[in-house]
Ligand binder design. Structure first.
Ligand code: ADP
Ligand code: MG
Length: 450
């Protein structure tokens, strides 16, 4: 029995599963991997009116494309869903029951701490292979060596190479979902063959950012060689699948590859980070109209996050990027969480973080508002480091006693008032992004920024 699918609303994004050679004149041709946006339903539910990236419209067959959706929040994505950590031999055997040749998992070795064990179901019994970890390499047979468990699993999936069977089916750790499967299911997985990596354009905390070419378009690619930090990237990518706004750096897709790593592909922001942009151009190039425009761009993105209950937690000019046509967009969702989630305090950007967030881990849209005030200060000081001439260790105690930064040189008083409001110590009476956006719009409309 087939289920009746509710029609996709206008604006729905799809990714092409196959090539479509248009036959009729009204058809919109596309190739596998193209992203299409639904414009309208047609009378026939199997066909939609859609537009492609360059804005051309036409009719497309629904079964040639896959609808894109956000990865459900709370989904625990894993690059190693078959890794079960510290479990015993007996527990592993129970997990691999009933027997199914090729079903496997990896656990930490109980007999050799620091090593691992590959457990494989094979013709009714479970084999346990000792994975030796020595000088940063992994090996079972001391002939073939691997950088990490993923490469090892990849190798023995494609070739038994001495094991009782090649690896066929991972026994998933309870509660986790294979990242690759989830990105494919939700329509965000891209094909590595379509991506060319060009030069390095930035260094992030967890990996390099490269300029890439994806099917003829310039893109930015965050790359990470598989290891523990990849998990943080997965979180960032899955947040990005849920967000869409003209002032947020747009995710184009994700590539999960055992051999080469994890890639997050986003739109390319030609003019780099806002802080570098402000510093390199400076006062003589950037007039007040630019500054208020950047402020509003960021504020609109933040209002969208506010409406959707996302907290950014790392809002700062270094995490805002500027496009070829001078639009500022918020990026770097590495710390972004839905409002309810709790934070493990890592290295927090002290000068940008609200006092209640530093003190009580109380992150909220209101703590983002505090950071936005600091970001406004950065914009109007053309990229200076906040709290100049105050030692880092003195910043928090002074701020908690009510200290606020002076207005940057030449900053319009109305804009300085907005900043100071963002730095209200009591988060409950700090303005919302909606209010801030309205205030900034008024400043812009009345040219009060001059
Ligand atoms: P991290 O999360 O580790 O801070 P970022 O996402 O901030 O990494 O990226 C580091 C740097 O790479 C940025 O400051 C910027 O210079 C560059 N970069 C990142 N994303 C893009 C992009 N989409 N377009 C152009 N440059 C980018
Ligand atoms: Mg950053």
């Amino acid at each position: 029995m087939s289920t009746v699918q509710s029609p996709w609303p206008s604006g729905t994004e799809c990714i092409a599963k196959y090539n479509f050679l248009a036959t009729a004149e009204q058809d919109l041709p596309f190739s596998k991997g193209d992203v299409l946006t639904i414009v309208a339903v047609t009378r026939d539910p199997n066909w939609y009116r859609a537009k492609n990236k360059v804005g051309r419209e036409g009719i497309i067959p629904a079964n040639y494309v896959q609808k894109r959706e956000g990865v459900k929040s709370g989904t625990k994505l894993s690059l190693m869903p078959w890794f079960h950590g510290k479990i015993t031999r007996e527990q592993a055997e129970r997990l691999l029951y009933p027997p199914e040749t090729g079903l496997f998992l990896v656990r930490e070795s109980t007999n050799y701490p620091g090593d691992y064990t590959l457990c494989v179901s094979c013709e009714g019994k479970v084999e346990h292979y000792h994975i030796i970890y020595s000088s940063s390499k992994l090996t079972i047979d001391e002939e073939v060596y691997f950088e990490n468990l993923m490469q090892l699993v990849e190798h023995y999936t494609s070739d038994a190479d001495g094991l009782c069977t090649h690896l066929i089916k991972p026994k998933l750790m309870e509660g986790t979902v294979a990242a690759q499967d989830e990105f494919s299911r939700s329509g965000w997985a891209l094909n590595i063959k379509d991506l060319k990596l060009l030069q390095t354009i930035g260094k992030g905390e967890f990996g390099d950012v490269l300029l890439g070419d994806y099917r003829g378009n310039k893109v930015a690619v965050k790359c990470i060689k598989h290891d523990a930090t990849a998990q943080a990237f997965l979180a960032e990518a899955s947040v990005m699948t849920q967000l869409r706004h003209k002032n947020l750096v747009q995710l184009l897709g994700v590539i999960v590859e055992e051999k080469s790593g994890l890639f997050i592909v986003t739109e390319f922001m030609a003019k780099g980070s806002l802080v570098d942009y402000l510093r390199s151009r400076g006062r003589s190039v950037l007039g007040g109209d630019f500054l208020i425009k950047f402020s509003l761009d960021v504020c609109e993105a933040m209002e969208y996050l506010e409406d959707n209950n996302f907290v950014h937690r790392d809002l700062a000019a270094r995490n805002v990027l500027v496009s070829e046509d001078n639009i500022a967009k918020v990026s770097d969702f590495g710390l972004t969480k839905e409002a309810s989630a709790t934070q493990d305090m890592g290295k927090l950007p002290v000068k940008w973080t609200a006092p209640e967030a530093l003190r009580e881990k109380n992150f909220s849209t209101k703590s983002d508002v505090w950071s936005f005030g600091v970001l406004l200060w950065e914009i109007y000081s053309f990229g200076r480091v906040p709290y100049p001439r105050i030692a880092l260790k003195d910043v928090v105690p002074r701020v908690e006693r009510g200290y606020k930064m002076d207005a940057p040189d030449g900053c319009p008083p109305v804009v300085y008032d907005v900043m100071k409001n963002c730095w209200t110590l009591d988060p409950s009476i700090r303005p919302s992004f909606r209010q801030l956006r309205q205030q900034l719009e008024e400043i812009k409309a009345n040219e009060l920024y001059l």
